[in-house]
Design a protein around this ligand. Structure first.
Ligand SMILES: [Fe+2]
Ligand SMILES: [Fe+2]
Length: 322
């Protein structure tokens, strides 16, 4: 069975068959007569709400929870479009959760990072710093997940590859800052490595855009723990001061929403992180709403004109399993 085509399946009254991912625990609600289940199916084309009215049909999902299922659904409309599930069974074929998640094209990401490398080298980032980054990203504990994990579950860059995309966009902002303030180029390696690794702990906090098992030891804590394995390498390449400043960047990069910054480097990374994630989150909200939309505590925002060109963000899933 192939992945459910949600655009066709949502046509009211149409019966469709396909495979879906349930990535967050569905809820059981009390109806007038019986209990029923509501939840979301994920596919690469997006997330779609579903309802299961019969207990004998939802029992499997209630017992098994998050997982991959084959479904027979009917497009339905009541206060918005959703899918009524007529049959649901465990998926027959071998699928991986990230087969169902929206993704940033891996080819575009690679190209983006290749360009960054040459741009950053013009503003003082050394080869030595790239080698340390490559050494850390090859750590078996990371298991290649820097290129897979999202930057967030709900908010910004919540796509496969989103973490690497968000980190790359921050490095692009760093290029502009190093150009604007040339005296900062003295600390180019520190800011580069600090940004490249500020969210690395998300490979442990999240799992395929859902929460990881040990999510409560947050990504700042896990990032510092990972860095400790490379303490000697960083001491040898730089010195203790450099290493301690990197720790302060990872622990302080959330500004007022976490441990407060304790170094100028941490404050700069916090500002770059906020700028990148806020602007990306704002544009993603507009795209999800089509026109005027409510945002943060500000009420209605009028949309800005956007070109049709897709940002490194949508599409070719083919390269993902490279
Ligand atoms: Fe973070
Ligand atoms: Fe971040």
């Amino acid at each position: 069975m192939s992945i459910l085509d949600i655009n066709k399946a949502l046509e009211v009254g149409r019966i469709s068959y396909g495979t879906v991912l349930i990535n967050t625990d569905p809820q059981i609600r009390k109806g007038k007569r019986n209990e029923y289940m509501v939840g979301d199916f994920m596919t690469p084309d997006g997330t779609v709400p579903f309802k299961i009215w019969e207990e004998r049909t939802f029992a499997l999902v209630r017992d098994k929870g998050i997982g991959i299922y084959d479904v027979e659904v009917e497009g339905s409309d009541f206060n918005g479009l959703y899918l009524t599930v007529r049959r649901i069974t465990e998926a027959q074929e071998e699928w991986k959760p990230h087969d169902f998640l929206p993704a940033v094209s891996r080819g575009e990401l690679r190209q983006f990072w290749r360009k960054l490398r040459s741009k950053l080298s013009l503003f003082g980032v050394s080869e030595k710093a790239w080698q340390i980054l490559e050494q850390i990203l090859a750590d078996p504990e990371i298991d290649g997940r820097f290129v897979i994990e999202g930057a967030a579950i709900y908010y910004h860059d919540n796509k496969i590859g989103g973490l690497m995309n968000h980190t790359g966009k921050m490095l692009n902002i760093l290029v502009a800052i190093l150009e604007n303030l040339p005296t900062l180029q003295e600390s180019a390696d520190l800011l580069f490595l600090g940004i490249a690794l500020h969210d690395i702990g998300k490979v442990f906090e999240y799992r395929d855009l859902g929460l990881g098992e040990y999510w409560y030891a947050n990504h700042r804590v896990r990032g510092i723990e990972l860095l400790a394995k490379y303490k000697e390498a960083i001491f040898n390449a730089y010195d203790e001061r450099f290493y301690r400043q990197m720790q302060s960047i990872i622990s302080g990069h959330h500004g007022d929403f976490g441990d407060r910054p304790t170094s100028v480097a941490a404050a700069i990374v916090h500002y770059i992180d906020s700028l990148e994630s806020q602007v990306t989150g704002l544009i993603e909200s507009q795209e999800a709403n089509n026109g005027r939309f409510r945002y943060a505590d500000w009420g209605w925002l009028e949309a800005i004109d956007l070109s049709k060109k897709e940002s490194p963000g949508s599409d070719d899933k083919e390269n993902l399993s490279e």
